[in-house]
Design a binder for this molecule. Sequence first.
Ligand SMILES: Cc1cc2nc3c(=O)[nH]c(=O)nc-3n(C[C@H](O)[C@H](O)[C@H](O)COP(=O)(O)OP(=O)(O)OC[C@H]3O[C@@H](n4cnc5c(N)ncnc54)[C@H](O)[C@@H]3O)c2cc1C
Length: 392
Amino acid sequence: MKPDLFQAPDYYNLDELLTEEHKLVRDAARDWVKREVSPIIEDYAQKAEFPTQIISGLAEIGAFGPYIPLEYGGAGLDQISYGLIMQEIERGDSGVRSTASVQSSLVMYPIWKYGNEAQRQKYLPKLASGEWMGCFGLTEPDHGSNPGGMVTNFKDMGDHYLLNGAKMWISNAPFAQVAVVWAKDESGRVHGLIVERGMEGFSTPETHNKWSLRASATGELIFDNVKVPKENLLPNKSGLGAPLGCLDSARYGIAWGAIGAAMDCYDTALRYSKERMQFGKPIGQFQLQQKKLAEMITEITKAQLLTWRLGVLRNEGKATSAQISMAKRNNVDMAINIAREARQILGGMGITGEYSIMRHSMNLESVITYEGTHDIHLLITGLDITGLNAFK
Ligand SMILES: Cc1cc2nc3c(=O)[nH]c(=O)nc-3n(C[C@H](O)[C@H](O)[C@H](O)COP(=O)(O)OP(=O)(O)OC[C@H]3O[C@@H](n4cnc5c(N)ncnc54)[C@H](O)[C@@H]3O)c2cc1C
C-alpha cells in the first residue's frame, strides 16, 4: 500500500469550533492511525483477519470507553472527543472503528448505564484497557431490523438462568471474552445478560467469506442451555429501549466515523487528480473530475457541521434518537457515494489495494446496513416528523 500522506480537509475552518482538548485527542488518534493502522491494514483486510496487536494502542488513544468516567478506566472525555476518535479510526478502516464502537458503546455503555456497581468494577476497567474484548448480541438469524421479535430466551432456574438461542452477524464475537446478550425472560421482556467465554454451551463460530469489513472479525453466538449466574443480569434497565439506548451511542459514533472514511477517499482522490497525467494535463484540470471533487468537499463539509452540532446536543443531553438516525443515515450515504466517485477518479488503480478507496467502499456496505439500515433510519425520521408509524 502507498505511504499514508493523509491531510484532513477542513473547508469551513471547523477546527475553530473545537476546544484544545478536542484537537489534542483528535491529533493523537490521527498520528496513531498513520503509524499503527495504515501500514498494516490492507494486508489484514486481504487476509480477512483482525489485527489483534493494535488492541493496546486503541486503548491508549482512548478508543475503548472515551466517555466512560475515569474511575472505571474510561477516558472521561466529552461526546465530541468521542466522535473525533471514531472519525480518525474509520479514516484508517471501518472494521477497526467497528471493534472500538462495539467495545465502547455496545459493551461498556450498557454495563455502565444498566449494570450495578459490582458489574461496573468487574468489567469496565478490563474492557477499557483492552485486556478483555466484548461483543454485543442483538441480531438473530430471523430478526434483524425487527429485534423485538427475538427468540433467544432465558428461564429462571432458581440459582441461575438457563439461556438458549442464537445471534448472528456479531462483531468481535470470535475473540471476545465477554458478550452482552439481549434475550427474553419467561414473560417476553427483553433483558441484557453478560455471558463469558468458557461458560458451558456457549460457542462463537466465525463468519467467513465477507467482502466487507474484512479486517473485523464477525461471528455467531450460540447458546445451548448456557447456565448464566444471576449476578450477570443487567439490573437497571429492561425492555427493547435498553439495547436501543446502546445503539444511539454507537450510531452517533458511526456518523463521525463515516466522515473519516469519506475524508480519506476525498484526500486520496484529490492528490491523485493532481499527479495523474492524461492528454498532457493533470486529470484534476478536467471539469468532470473537478465536479466530483467539488461535490465531495461540499458534502463532507455539510456532514462535518451536522455532526458537530449533534455532538453539542449530545453533550447537553438533548440529542434525540431521531436526530442521531438522520446523521448516521446521511453521513454513511455521503461516504459511500464519495468512495464510489473517488474510486472512479483513480481509474484502474482505484480497484487495487495500493490505495484505501476500494476497501473503504466495500466496508461502507456493512456500515450502511448495520446499526439500522439506510431504509430503517429513513423510517425513523418519517415517524418523527409525521407521528405516523410506517414500520408495521
Ligand atoms: C459486518 C456486520 C457486522 C454486524 N455487527 C453486529 C453486532 O455486532 N451486533 C448485532 O447485534 N448485529 C450486528 N450486525 C447486524 C446488523 O445490525 C443487521 O444486519 C441489520 O440490523 C439488518 O438486519 P438484516 O441483515 O437481518 O436485514 P433485514 O432486517 O432482513 O432487512 C433486509 C432489507 O429489508 C429492509 N426492511 C426491513 N424492514 C423493513 C421495513 N419495516 N420497511 C422497509 N424496509 C424494511 C431493510 O432496510 C433491508 O434493506 C452486523 C451486520 C454486519 C453486516
